[in-house]
Design a protein around this ligand. Structure first.
Ligand SMILES: [Zn+2]
Ligand SMILES: [Zn+2]
Length: 251
């Protein structure tokens, strides 16, 4: 399996518009973070997790020849704002997009022209699959949804093989931990150090990593108050890494 971190920043991205803090003005390319998204290549499948407003830019810097399916974690704009830009990937056939019911409804409301019966020529050809908490298959590849709580909002993380992608969570319901055993790679959100109502702090993320015990963990969805990449990477436990945009890993 090959993973490409297309974006690793919180909903505003880094730099934040108008901010002159040391992270937003840093010249280290690792401190520039587009909105979170992951590209997964496994067997002969190419899967995108979330399609935020930076999707076009992410595809220009990390070109891919095709996308077989898109998994959506939740309805927030930083995770779905780029769906219209999937057009080049559905020229010949409908692109399969997977989301739970309330998220599918939100997508249909947000870009209604994509789902009309008589479509305007050139709109993306997307087939929305409504999923629930049960594992499902994409052409033989098993995907395990994991329920996470984003403050009060129930959202999905996904496990594919020995990799799990958990973004935007504040808490993991007790019963979901059993789905996170024996992971080679855990990708998990860590906004910054101060308490937040709907996202994990770095401390929360490190506690969850300690409990889940993956071989390696990568932090994502950082805000500018997380700190400089170069400084923070030296403060992480041995098996915890700070992801950055464009990072590729093989497992
Ligand atoms: Zn988010
Ligand atoms: Zn969110």
């Amino acid at each position: 399996m090959k993973l490409t971190f297309l974006g690793t920043g919180t909903s505003t991205g880094i730099p934040e518009i108008g901010c002159d803090c040391e992270v937003c003005t840093s010249t280290d390319p690792r401190d520039k973070r587009l909105r979170v998204s992951l590209f997964v290549e496994t067997g002969n499948k190419k899967i995108l997790i979330d399609c935020g407003p930076d999707f076009r830019q992410q595809m220009l810097s990390n070109p891919v020849d095709r996308i077989d399916a898109v998994l959506i974690t939740h309805e927030h704009y930083d995770h779905v704002g780029g769906i219209d830009d999937l057009r080049p990937f559905c020229k010949f056939d409908a692109l399969d997009l997977y989301a739970e019911k309330y998220v599918s409804d939100a997508i249909r409301l947000r870009i209604p022209y994509v789902f009309r019966e008589n479509k305007y020529p050139g709109v993306p050809n997307i087939f929305l699959h409504e999923i629930d908490i049960h594992p499902f298959e994409i052409d033989g590849l098993q995907i395990i949804p994991i329920r996470l709580m984003h403050g009060k909002l129930p959202i999905f993380g996904y496990r594919i093989g020995k990799m799990a992608y958990l973004t935007d969570l504040k808490t993991i319901p007790e019963e979901e931990f059993s789905k996170l055993k024996d992971l080679d790679v855990l990708i998990i959100n860590a906004l910054h150090f101060k308490e937040h109502i709907s996202h994990e702090t770095v401390k929360d993320a490190l506690e969850n990593i300690k409990r889940i015990k993956p071989r390696k963990a990568f932090l994502i969805h950082m805000g500018h108050r997380f700190g400089l990449h170069a400084v923070m990477e030296g403060r992480m436990p041995e098996n915890v890494f700070i992801a950055c945009d464009g990072l590729k890993i093989d497992l």
